[in-house]
Structure formats: C-alpha cells, structure tokens
Design a protein around this ligand. Structure first.
Ligand code: B12
Ligand code: SF4
Ligand code: SF4
Length: 412
C-alpha cells in the first residue's frame, strides 16, 4: 500500500515530488545509519524485481555537464532541443532538499531476434527489445513509488522523493555509473557486469542520507565492436554518438524526413535499434532475466504492410500501454515505408504504390516514393505510372522531389 501526498518546496515546479509517510515504526533489524538503510534498500529493491540498485550523492555532475554541452554544441542532439532547455546535471534542481539518488536497473527482454519474414511469408518489421513489452515508464514509476513508500517505513521518517524515468531533466547514465549500477560502455550504454546492458534506468531523488555505492572499475578494454557494427556509423568515437545518425533517433525521435543516405542502413527496423548491444560481449550470455517488461507477440513482430496501412484507431490500439507511443502514426508509417523499401520483395510494391497515391501525409508519401525506387528490380508499369503522377501532380514539393528521384533510379 502506498501512502503519499503531493508536496515539495515549490509545488508548481515540483509537481512530481511526493512526501511518503512511514506506515509504522522502522523494523528493529534495520540499522538507522546511511549504510544500514542502504543495505536494507538494496534488499528491498531486489525483492521488487530490480536487477541492480545503487546510490549516488545528490550533487552536481560537472564532468557530465561539460560532455552534454559539447554534445549539444556539436549539433549531435539534432531536433532534441529539450536536452539543452533546462539544466540536467544537478539532481537538486529536481528536489532542492535532495541528499541521495537511488538508481535502479530494470531488465527487459533479451532474446527474440526478429526474422525478415513470418512463417506464412508476411514481411516483418523489428521493434527494439526495450519496447516489446509494457511501457517501461509506467512500470518503473509504479515500482519506484513502492520503493519510496517502503523506504519511508524502513527509515521511520517522512521521505521527500521524486521518481524519474527518462523524461525528467537528469543525466541518468552518469548517475547510474556513479551509483555503481554499471560502467559507461563505448556505445554509451551503461553496462552491468553479469547482466549486460539490456535494462532501463529509473531514479529516486530523495532527501534521505544514504551510503553512496562504489563505482565499477572494469570497462570496455580494447574492444570496439559496437563502434564498428553500427549500421549508420553513428559513433563519432568511443562514448560519443551523433544522435542524428542513430536509428533510434531517426525512427523514434525525429518527425522529419530520414536522410536519404541513411535509409537503406535502417533495414527492417521500425522502432529503435539494438545492434550496438547485440554485438557487445557483455550481452553474450543470452540469459533472460525475470522482467515485468516481457515481450508481447504483437509488438515483437510488426507486419510492415499492416503498419503502412494502419488507421488512427489501429494506431491507438497498437501503442496503448507501449513505449511505441513516442512515435506518431505518420512516423511509424514512414518507418514502415523505408523497411518495405529495404525488403527486396515484390509483395512490398503494391502497398507502397497505394501509399504514394493515397496516404494523407506527405512524409509517408515521400518515403513510399523512395522505397519504390529502392525496389526497382520489382517495379512494374503501374509503379512507373504512380511515380510519374506523383512527380508531376503531388501537392507537396518533398513528394515531387522523391518521386522524380525514384523515376531516375528506375530509368538508370
Ligand atoms: C536522448 C536520449 C537518446 C538519444 C541520444 C542518445 C545518446 N547517446 O545521447 C537517442 C534517441 C539516440 C537514444 C537512443 C537510445 N537510447 Co536513449 N535516452 C536518451 C535520454 C532521454 C537522454 C540521454 C542524454 O542526455 N544524452 C546526452 C549524452 C551526452 O549523455 P548520455 O549518453 O546520457 O551520457 C553518457 C555520455 O555522456 C558518456 N560519455 C560521453 N563522453 C564520454 C567520455 C568518456 C571518457 C566516458 C567514460 C563517458 C563519456 O558518459 C555518460 C554516461 O554513460 C536518456 C534518459 C535520460 N534522461 O538520461 C535515454 C537513455 C540513455 N536511453 C536508453 C536506451 C535504452 C536507448 C536505446 C538502447 C534505445 C534503442 N534500443 O533503440 C538507444 C541506444 C543508443 C546509444 N548507443 O546510446 C536508456 C539507456 C539504458 C542503459 N542501459 O544505458 C536511457 C537511460 C533511458 C532509460 N531511462 O533507461 N536515446
Ligand atoms: S542504436 Fe543502432 S544506430 Fe544507434 S548507435 Fe546503436 S547501433 Fe548505431
Ligand atoms: S561492444 Fe565492446 S566497446 Fe562496445 S560497449 Fe560493449 S564492450 Fe564496450
């Protein structure tokens, strides 16, 4: 049972800060020192299903701040301007009374490589592993609220805390490294030895004094497998990603046209990418840890033609309680058009012709035109006619340009 009441020193700015009240006296077994409380917290976190639990001091992260500023200054954030809008390096900007940050790792599904075709021959798109189950934001927030409520009872005093998952302005990976949850890999992923990197992070910023955990000393060594395997060459160097080239950014964050030169490297991926994790030796065990984010069959393999032709009610059904809702319907359709263009399968042509002629979104029509050019081996007279009509009469200059280019590919 969670007992909480909204509070915080600035209720308007800290709407998400909660005050948890103990449900009774603290258990005698818990020593009321930062170390004693931290030990009890870690045991509790494990009981709730977190694979790792660690503590960092709630202090400014100056080195990470400089890295974030360099990342933004280089333009690597692309359209994610929210990353520079408010400071992200100081947990105390989320809770002025903060003393400690509890960082947790919640594993998601690991296996399930998606085949290119289903057993009955349908063309399939792949969704990144973290998004194949329930929406991790809600699951993690619920577990963090439970953790905070029980921490209040363990400590025998009211607890101010703010739960963060992804969206709060906080450098979660840096905090995870400081809290000894894992070490920063050259891929940018936080890697926990014995677990790998297939997990999501969540934090409780709290006013409780806890014992900071030790950082993990091991690292990547001479390995650089992720840097070499990235399909779009998104790494500028070890630890530094140009997000504008990352398939996760292109398929989930960006609502703009996907740069032409990157489209074929996206392959069948319609939501995110796991390549830099698939090649990582720390993920080689293939062990499937217990998780409340277990993959659902309907999110693991998406029928690309169905996705391209999805209506708004189908979209609402698909993204309900799923991290997929981060991408709009037209973004998912754009991604499906690109994946169909990469399929080298004649069955992709008629749905793409329909999308070019009929889809209300210019973004989708433009990518369908590109995909028809990419499938030139399978183009028919109808393909040529649909492209010619789009090149001369489509209302949108982006679609006319893509159709003209595709006609050039067919001709040449
Ligand atoms: C914006 C964002 C993205 C962007 C940009 C990613 C990036 N690398 O910056 C895009 C859309 C591309 C993205 C992709 C993915 N993301 Co993302 N993303 C975020 C978000 C919201 C902010 C990240 C950020 O601030 N980036 C700015 C850069 C500068 O900082 P950073 O990468 O966080 O921090 C590291 C670097 O600074 C690095 N570093 C930089 N220079 C140097 C130099 C040295 C010497 C060292 C040691 C380290 C180092 O060290 C920091 C700590 O590791 C976080 C949630 C959050 N609030 O933090 C999730 C988050 C990082 N994403 C996550 C996930 C799961 C993914 C994907 C795997 C999803 C997918 N399967 O498609 C991919 C992975 C791509 C990759 N290789 O990074 C998880 C990562 C969990 C983990 N185990 O690490 C997070 C933490 C979300 C969560 N709550 O779990 N993401
Ligand atoms: S998620 Fe994919 S595209 Fe992005 S950095 Fe990793 S391998 Fe490259
Ligand atoms: S693939 Fe190698 S270099 Fe990349 S994160 Fe894993 S261990 Fe580090």
């Amino acid at each position: 049972m969670i007992r909480k009441d909204a509070s915080g020193s600035d209720p308007a700015a800290n709407a998400a800060v909660h005050r948890y009240v103990p449900e009774g006296p603290p258990p005698d077994s818990v020593e009321q020192t930062p170390l004693g409380l931290t030990r009890a917290l870690v045991a509790l976190g494990r009981e709730l299903g977190f694979a790792r639990v660690g503590v960092a001091r709630a202090e400014p992260l100056e080195v990470a701040r400089a890295r974030l500023e360099a990342f933004l200054a280089a333009g690597y954030a692309g359209s994610m301007e929210y990353l520079g809008r408010v400071p992200r390096h100081d947990p105390r900007s989320l809770l002025p009374e903060a003393r400690s940050v509890v960082v947790v790792a919640l594993p998601h599904g690991v296996r399930d490589l998606v085949p290119l075709r289903s057993a009955d021959g349908r063309l399939l798109g792949s969704v990144a592993r973290y998004a194949r189950g329930a929406d991790y934001h809600g699951v993690l927030r619920g577990l963090l609220a439970e953790l905070a409520a029980r921490l209040a009872t363990l400590s025998g005093r009211p607890l101010l805390s703010r739960a963060c998952v992804d969206t709060a302005p906080l450098l979660e990976r840096e905090l995870a490294a400081r809290a000894g949850v894992g070490f920063p890999g050259k891929s940018g992923m936080v890697i926990a030895p014995g677990l790998g990197s297939y997990f999501l992070l969540g934090e409780l910023v709290t006013d409780l004094d806890l014992e900071p955990s030790a950082a993990i000393r091991v690292g990547c060594g001479s390995c650089r497998a992720c840097l070499d395997a990235c399909p779009t060459r998104a790494f500028v160097g070890p630890y530094v990603l140009d997000a504008r080239r990352c398939i996760a950014y292109l398929t989930i964050e960006s609502s703009a046209p996907i740069p032409r030169e990157l489209r074929s490297a996206i392959g069948q991926r319609v939501f995110g990418c796991d390549v830099c994790q698939e090649v990582c030796p720390y993920n080689a065990s293939g062990r499937e840890p217990p998780t409340p984010l277990a993959p659902r069959p309907e999110l693991t393999t998406l029928d690309l033609v169905d996705l391209l032709e999805l209506g708004s009610s189908g979209y609402r059904r698909l993204v309900r309680d799923s991290a997929l809702r981060r991408a709009s319907l037209r973004m998912l359709q754009r991604n499906a058009a690109v994946a169909l263009g990469n399929s080298d399968d004649p069955r992709a042509v008629p749905p793409l012709e329909r999308a070019l002629a009929e889809n209300p979104s210019a973004l989708v029509r433009g990518h369908a035109a590109w995909a028809l050019g990419a499938l030139r081996r399978h183009a028919t007279n109808t393909t040529q006619a649909v492209l010619e009509r789009a090149a001369s009469t489509d209302a949108d200059p982006f679609v006319r340009e893509e159709a003209t280019r595709a006609l050039g590919v067919l001709a040449g």
